[in-house]
Design a protein around this ligand. Structure first.
Ligand code: DAH
Length: 341
């Protein structure tokens, strides 16, 4: 029976070839089982030992164990080679091409109104003004009466008001913050007030919500000359050193005297164009000396204190600076528009 078994030398040679040809770890495991497993060829030789003559048993048994060790060593060698190959393959498959151009992540920016607002606030804080804010739902006292606009005063028609219940309104301007800031405090005051305001008004140039900046200064010797100096410096900052300004007499209930500040249209240099409605000038905002009644409404002695105030729309400045033709484009949040600014 032992004579029918292939010799150990043949088994070892077959194993060497099969191991060398195993292309993967599972294939190698199969080859190992075929030769060294319980039912493998080497095992068959060992099982056949019982049928051998006594003096043969030890020799064949030892030779089989030596063959088994050699085959085991060949399997280990091949396994190491296959594992290294798999690692190399994986590394090359996952290789990064660091020379590929990157994909730039889209980057946002501050809203144009925020940019202008921060610019203005930075300018005035540089002049020693402090930022003051107030609520958008305001009492009629602060929004109108205290600012010298009594209930049946025609000036209320200048501002199409949104009424809220309980005698409140959506503030129609930032001027009520003058009242809040001055009541119960003692001058000197230098305040700048950015904020949202609301009017029942809609057109390509008007939005029911827009932004104003109010500024005011109160002390014992504040004059219209101070107002002019501050506004000239401010407009030069906003529009450039050679901006041309004019103060035009006007009327506001809360200032006396009152003026409107215009600057020479930058697009047509004053010749007249669509942006300035052919007038050559663009309104920058209203201003004046704070009315004595307003100071008294805040508990201040108008004989002792005077002040100037001004108010302007931010949105128009943003439209001009960024070339936005329609105010609503600023508030629709359309990234195709905002991305161009
Ligand atoms: N509150 C005014 C408005 O909304 C703007 C204004 C004009 C504010 C003159 C002032 C000022 O402080 O002095 O139309």
């Amino acid at each position: 029976m032992a004579g029918e078994q292939p010799s150990l030398a043949v088994i070892e040679e077959e194993a060497r070839l099969a191991i060398a040809e195993a292309r993967s770890l599972p294939a190698l495991a199969e080859v190992r089982a075929r030769f060294l497993g319980k039912k493998g060829s080497v095992g068959a030789v060992l099982r056949g030992i019982g049928a051998l003559a006594a003096d043969e048993r030890a020799r064949v048994g030892e030779a089989a164990n030596v063959a088994k060790d050699r085959i085991e060593a060949l399997v280990a060698e091949r396994r190491a080679a296959l594992e290294a190959g798999a690692r190399d393959h994986e590394l090359s498959a996952r290789r990064l091409d660091v020379s590929l151009p990157g994909v730039r992540a889209p980057r946002g920016h501050l809203h144009p109104i925020t940019q202008i607002e921060r610019d203005i606030v930075a300018f005035f804080t540089g002049l020693g003004f402090a930022v003051e804010e107030g609520p958008e739902v305001e009492t009629q006292w602060n929004n109108f009466e205290a600012l010298n606009i009594p209930p049946d005063h025609p000036a209320r028609d200048m501002q199409a008001t949104f009424f809220v219940d309980g005698g409140h309104v959506l503030r129609t301007h930032t001027s009520p913050v003058q009242i809040r800031a001055m009541t119960g405090r003692q001058p000197p005051f230098r305040f700048i007030v950015p904020g949202r305001v609301y009017r029942n008004d809609r057109s390509p140039r008007h939005s029911p919500m827009f932004h104003q900046v109010e500024g005011f200064m109160v002390d014992e010797r504040v004059s219209f000359a101070d107002l002019k100096g501050v506004l000239y410096a401010f407009q030069r900052h906003m529009m450039g050193a050679d901006v041309e300004l004019r103060f035009r007499a006007s009327y506001f209930p809360f200032t006396e005297p009152s003026a409107e500040l215009d600057y020479r249209c930058l697009l047509c240099s004053g010749a007249g164009c669509a942006t300035c409605s052919q007038s050559g000038w663009i309104e920058a905002g209203g201003c004046g000396m704070i009315h004595p009644v307003v100071l008294a409404n805040c508990g201040l002695d108008p004989e002792r204190f005077q002040g100037f105030a001004f108010g302007m729309t931010l949105d128009r400045a943003a439209m001009l600076r960024f070339g936005v033709p329609n105010i609503h484009l600023l508030f629709e949040g359309d990234l195709r528009v905002l991305g161009q600014i």
